[in-house]
Structure formats: C-alpha cells, structure tokens
Write a protein that binds this ligand. Structure first.
Ligand code: DGL
Length: 283
C-alpha cells in the first residue's frame, strides 16, 4: 500500500493521476484538513505535522509514502528523509513532489547536480506559483538553478489561494486574485513571455484554466500530477520491492470532519470514496 499525504484535499489531484497510472496498486490517502492550510504556517509546525502524518501512514502499513504537498515537501522532506526516516523506518521510503518537477524544468535527471557543457536549455524563462512557504523555501529555484543555471525562474507566492480553493470560493473571486499574481510574475520577466509555468501547489491544477487566462498564449503549463505519476511508475519499475500490485483499492483518511469534506472531494476528483476521520495528535 502506498501512502499519499497532503495538507488537505489538493493532493487528490495527485492521487487521481497515481490511480490512473497504477490502477493495480492500493493507496491510502491522508489529508490533514484539521490543520490546513500549511502554506502560511511556521516551518517547525510544517515539519512536525508532516512527520506525524508520515508516521501515521507508515504505522498503517505504507512502506512508501508520497508527500504530495509542495509546502510539506519543500519545508520538511529533507529533514524527514535524512534524520527521521533512518532512525524510525530505515527500510521505508518517502518521496516528494519536487524531484519530478525539477527534472522536467532542468531537463536532466535529479542525480546530475552539475550542468554539463552540452546540456540543451529546455526552458529559458519560467514562472512558478506556490504557497508563501514553498516560495520562501526557494527549493525549486535552487534545485533547478544548480542543474540548469540558464533557466530564469520568477517565483510568485499566492497567499492563501489553496485555502480559498479548499473552501470553494467562487470562480470570479479566484480569477481576480490569480490575475493579479500572474501579472506580477510576468512583470518579473520584464515583458518577455515565459516558456513554462509551474503550478507548484496541489490545489492549483483545479484552477489551471484561470491561470491559463492570465498567461501568454504558448506558455507551457506543466502538469505536476502527471509528472509525479510518471515518476512513481518509474520508481516502482526500478524498486519492485515497493510495488504491491493487487486489487487496486483506495482509502481516504482525514483529520478533519468527513461530513464537511465529502462534497468538496467529489467535486475535485471524481474519485468515489468516503473520508474516514483519524486523529494524529493533540496539537
Ligand atoms: N497542498 C499544499 C501544496 O501543495 C498547499 C496547501 C496548503 O497551504 O496547505 O503546497
């Protein structure tokens, strides 16, 4: 069983792509709705909450956990992989969402940390949208720049956009704020159209059409859920010991109130399931 964690419902966009790519695998989804959004929280809280969630999923039988949340992955993944996991579950693995996106932007595999002379620049100008914490972490920026220094990324925080999407804010309200952030990001490239846009938050694919309205025609909007699904498929091919092909079941857990979530989750994902409430800690 593969665990998929997000701060709320946004990770369902990733889960949907994973289920489509790996229909025989079983997934256990956990959304920390009770403490979402994470995007404006302290780093220490994000690390503590994400660690609790990963621990919960591993205690529930997941040997492999995908942190589908960009905020959690940008802020907490390294600490979890380097410190917590070896001490608690040395045989298990935690994967994040940054690696596939960095590889797609830089055009080189993750292990190639240095640029090569003969590398071909895939994207010269990129705009990256994310939560305040994802942007502050500079994780995407630094990892892409190491591998593809010619790739100019303008980062744009979209404070509380994930929360507004989660709460079902009307489209015209979302369009207003998204247009402002898109315009600010375009200014950062001083009038040159970006080659690619990254919607670096699991909630944003749900309003991809609104981002597309503000972006110049021809800007390639990279699909993070598809990239993660491709990366996980490839990972399981290389590490078949983590694959458990079977009936292909999906279970949904939340720290929030399932009665409140069901409608939103169905609206978002078209996955047919019911959330079950779980408790991670007393925080
Ligand atoms: N799902 C999270 C992400 O991908 C953001 C939502 C939040 O702020 O909790 O960044």
């Amino acid at each position: 069983m593969i665990g998929v964690f997000d701060s709320g419902s946004g990770g369902l966009t990733v889960l949907k792509a994973l289920v489509e790519a790996l229909p025989d695998e079983s997934f256990l989804y956990l959304g920390d709705h009770a403490r979402a959004p994470y995007g404006e929280r302290d780093n220490a809280d994000i690390v503590a909450y994400t660690t609790e969630a990963v621990d919960f999923l591993m205690r529930s039988g997941c040997r492999l956990v995908v942190i589908a949340c960009n905020t959690a992955a940008s802020v907490a993944l390294r600490t979890i992989q380097q410190n917590w996991l070896p001490a608690h579950y040395p045989r298990n693995r935690v994967l994040g969402v940054l690696v596939p996106m960095v590889e797609a932007l830089a055009g080189v595999p993750w292990h190639r940390e240095e640029p090569h002379e003969d590398d071909v620049l895939r994207y010269a100008r990129v705009v990256l949208f994310g939560t305040t914490k994802t942007i502050e972490s500079r994780a995407y920026l630094e990892e892409v720049n190491k591998r593809a220094p010619g790739c100019a990324i303008v980062q744009q925080a979209c404070p509380n956009l994930a929360g507004m999407i989660e709460e079902g804010a009307p489209e015209r309200v979302l369009l207003d704020v998204i247009e402002t952030w898109v315009a600010a990001a375009l200014d950062g490239h001083r009038g040159f159209a970006p080659d690619a846009a990254v919607l670096g938050c699991t909630h944003y694919p749900l309003v991809r059409h609104l981002f597309a309205r503000g972006l110049p025609e021809g800007t390639h909007i990279l699909s993070q859920p598809d990239l993660i699904a491709e990366a996980l498929t490839d990972y399981l091919r290389r590490r078949p010991d983590f694959a458990e092909p079977g009936q292909g079941s999906v279970r949904y857990l939340t720290t929030g109130d399932p009665a409140h979530l069901r409608g939103l989750a169905v609206f978002m994902t078209v996955l047919h399931g019911q959330f079950q409430q779980v408790r991670l800690s007393d925080r």
